[in-house]
Design a protein around this ligand. Structure first.
Ligand code: SF4
Length: 216
């Protein structure tokens, strides 16, 4: 039995993947933003090894920041919500690390596996929203951002980039706060196979690869 949410709520990862163009099926984001409980397709990937590698990278990054003199907040300590008044959509997120220093503050995410463009949005969005979120201690803060990859690669972001994202955000949140018909459903094997929404809710779901499809 599907259960609606009290109001539209979007998790940072869904928003980052949509805004960056990684995922194009905006109806999937709209549906998850409006429905709390629904019939899901179970993810059968074994994430255990990935999670252990991620925890290790996160811990090492945390220690390195402490050694540089930063006060560091980690995962659940960084759980935030931000309400966009015009659309009434709430954005929720949980950056891996927030480092608070004497001279600057950093939002960091650590990533194992391949680099993707949406990773950048996963850092830029909280850089923009933390000062306006429910976490009052960040109210007056400005943030720079950093992505740390397992292979040692590092990407840095400045506040100006977060300000640019903040300008674009209302357009996307108003789609999520708007009517279902305005959110476009874009079925493709590449996205449907990772989507948790079952055919009960999404009759357009594609459940097998098209003939002649090659893995990339
Ligand atoms: S199953 Fe496919 S078409 Fe349906 S919501 Fe998910 S991504 Fe979109």
């Amino acid at each position: 039995m599907a259960e609606p949410r009290d109001g539209p709520y979007v998790w940072l990862t869904w928003l980052a993947q949509w805004m960056s163009g990684q995922n194009t099926c905006e109806w999937a984001v709209w549906f998850k933003a409006h429905w709390l409980d629904y019939e899901r397709v179970e993810d059968e990937t074994d994430w255990a090894a990935y999670r252990a590698r991620h925890t290790k990278l996160l811990r090492e990054t945390h220690r390195a920041l402490n050694a540089e003199g930063y006060r560091v907040k980690r995962e659940n300590q960084n759980r935030f919500t931000y309400r966009h008044e015009r659309s009434d959509v709430v954005v929720g997120g949980k950056p891996d690390l927030v480092a608070l220093g004497e001279h600057d503050n950093i939002v960091l995410d650590t990533k194992t596996g391949r680099a993707h463009d949406w990773h950048e949005f996963q850092v830029l969005i909280p850089m923009a929203l933390l000062p306006q979120s429910n976490l009052e201690e960040h109210r007056e803060r400005r943030f720079r951002g950093r992505l740390v990859y397992e292979d040692g690669a590092v990407r840095d972001f400045d506040q100006r980039q977060a300000d640019d994202i903040l300008e674009q955000l209302p357009y996307f949140l108003e789609v999520l706060g708007g009517p279902e018909e305005a959110a476009m459903r874009v079925p493709s094997w590449q996205e449907c196979r990772y989507c948790p929404i079952s055919k009960t809710h999404c009759p357009d779901r594609i459940e097998s690869p098209p003939a002649g499809e090659w893995e990339q």
